[in-house]
Design a protein around this ligand. Structure first.
Ligand code: HEC
Length: 125
């Protein structure tokens, strides 16, 4: 029993770390796919770059993890990024129009897939 508990204490943090890395990898793959979701809808990379100041249809997401907690009062960076994906018109980035970003990712992607994209963007520095 003691051995089992010890093994658990050692194994848990390791597997959590691996899960996190796997989640980020999954989010990265989704973010960079031209088509995503159940109906192969337009993917993030068609409208966003990760390079500083390179705007395409939407704003560059470069440095997003560092500013996302300052954009909407009361929202953490994680909450802001998630809200931006599932409810894009809740907050409009200055200089951009509403109703341009694809607005149905909540129906297209699983909760795990959305969380993976959020984890990937949060992990970018
Ligand atoms: C059809 C183009 C388009 C697609 C596809 C798209 N976006 Fe956007 N996105 C925009 C536009 C335009 C804005 C700015 C307007 C606004 O705030 O809604 C934006 C804003 C954002 C913001 C807020 C950025 C900031 O600086 O505050 C995030 C985060 C974001 N998008 C993430 C995503 C992710 C993740 C995906 C893929 C799951 C995605 N977008 C797909 C066009 C798009």
């Amino acid at each position: 029993m003691i051995k089992f508990l010890l093994a658990l204490i050692v194994a848990l943090p390791i597997s959590c770390g691996l899960n996190k890395a796997t989640q980020i990898e999954q989010g990265k793959a989704l973010f960079h796919s031209v088509h995503i979701g159940k109906n192969k809808v337009i993917g993030c990379i068609s409208c966003h770059t990760l390079k500083p100041n390179v705007k395409t249809v939407g704003p560059s997401l470069y440095g997003l993890s560092l500013r996302a907690d300052k954009l909407v009062a009361g929202l953490t960076a994680q909450q802001y990024i998630k809200e931006s994906i599932i409810n894009p018109d809740a907050y409009i980035v200055s200089g951009y129009e509403p109703a341009v970003m694809f607005a149905h990712y909540k129906q297209e992607l699983s909760a795990a897939e959305i969380n993976a994209i959020v984890a990937y963007l949060l992990n970018l520095k």
